[in-house]
Design a protein around this ligand. Structure first.
Ligand code: PMV
Length: 332
């Protein structure tokens, strides 16, 4: 039997970095996916095949014994094997069209799809089980992340996320089904970033600027408009009313906060300013210091994008993917 699960990439519309410190964030799943296929083998090994390479380790190996990019898969395999007798081996294959290391949630999507696929050899996991397992798996490489990405990769659509300090993630806006009637243009700086390093840098900024950081957290919460009162005029409200001009202005405002906490750089600023005349709002998405930006661009201006961008950057127009994790099995 093959157990197959796929999960989408994500963008962060508002609130990256601040979400690590307890504010809300607004995220969207987009139409690029990773697919993880798991099968039993008789080889007494855990084998993982991905574009990053292949590993095959004895079935008793701990995740700590393998290179970091393979750890979540071995962790999940171990967990599954520990709770099910008679597993003689496992092969896990990852196929992805999500660019790696540029803020589109590749590792979170992998963890979500892997949890669903590996455990799916025995049973369909519930959404909350997928979140729990993928969170544990992601922590084997990124112990300090918020986990917000996992939520949107599992659920799909547009989601407001709030993360408390325990394992639990909860969506503050569980049923946001708004559409954004403009294009979300994603531009890749082609500079890979280290989320871990950027998160550490922001933590230092916070330690040295406690008061300002707390003000910025409040500003982000207000920007999203999800401060418990569903504040009028916040981004959620703008989406509901299809006010893309106001939404764009908020993205630009959010970018100012990201500049202030120093996760931007000249390359990203150049990319943002190159789209200034046609974008309703542009910001970093994800950790920054490289990675991608998102620009909100109306249909009438979409064909102007390539001429405005620096030649060495890649771009695409993302569609919101309302499907989160999708699981199926094939009997062989
Ligand atoms: O760049 P990415 O996809 O790794 O996103 C990181 C998002 C942060 O808010 C910076 C970290 C987090 O844990 O939420």
């Amino acid at each position: 039997m093959k157990s197959i699960a796929s999960a989408p990439a994500k963008i962060i519309l508002f609130g990256e970095h601040f979400v690590v410190h307890g504010t809300n964030a607004l995220l969207a799943a987009i139409d690029k996916r990773v697919t993880v296929t798991s099968t039993f083998t008789e080889n007494k090994t855990i084998k993982v095949n991905s574009e990053l390479g292949t590993i095959e380790v004895p079935i008793s190996s701990s995740h700590e014994e393998v290179e970091s990019e393979f750890r979540p898969f071995v962790y999940l395999a171990n967990k599954m094997i520990a709770s099910n007798q008679n597993v003689n081996g496992l092969e896990i294959t990852i196929n992805s069209d999500i660019p790696v290391g540029v803020g589109l949630g590749s590792s979170s999507a992998c963890c979500v799809a892997a949890a669903s696929s590996i455990f799916g050899l025995f049973k369909k996991l519930s959404d909350s089980e997928i979140l729990k397992m993928s969170r544990e798996a992601e922590k084997t490489i990124f112990p300090d992340l918020s986990g917000a990405d996992l939520y949107v990769c599992a659920a799909g659509g547009i989601i407001g996320c709030e993360v408390d300090n325990t394992i639990s993630l909860h969506s503050s806006t569980p049923s946001v089904s708004y559409e954004i009637s403009a294009n979300l243009v994603i531009v890749n700086s082609m500079i890979q970033h280290s989320t871990k390093r950027s998160v550490e840098k922001v933590r230092r900024f916070k330690e040295n600027n406690e008061k300002r950081f707390s003000e910025l957290c409040d500003l982000v919460t207000k920007l999203i408009g999800d401060d418990g009162t569903r504040a009028r005029g916040g981004a959620l409200d703008n989406m509901k009313n299809n006010d893309i001009a106001a939404l764009g202005l908020k993205m630009t405002e959010n970018q100012k906060y990201l500049e202030e906490i120093q996760v931007s750089n000249d390359t990203l600023r150049d990319m943002i300013s190159s789209l200034k005349e046609i974008s309703l709002g542009t910001k970093i998405t994800g950790a920054g210091d490289g990675g991608c930006i998102i620009a909100l661009v109306e249909d009438k201006n979409l064909d102007k994008v390539p001429a405005l961008l620096p030649k060495d950057k890649e771009y695409f127009s993302a569609k919101i993917d309302t499907k989160g994790v999708v699981w199926s099995t094939i009997e062989e």
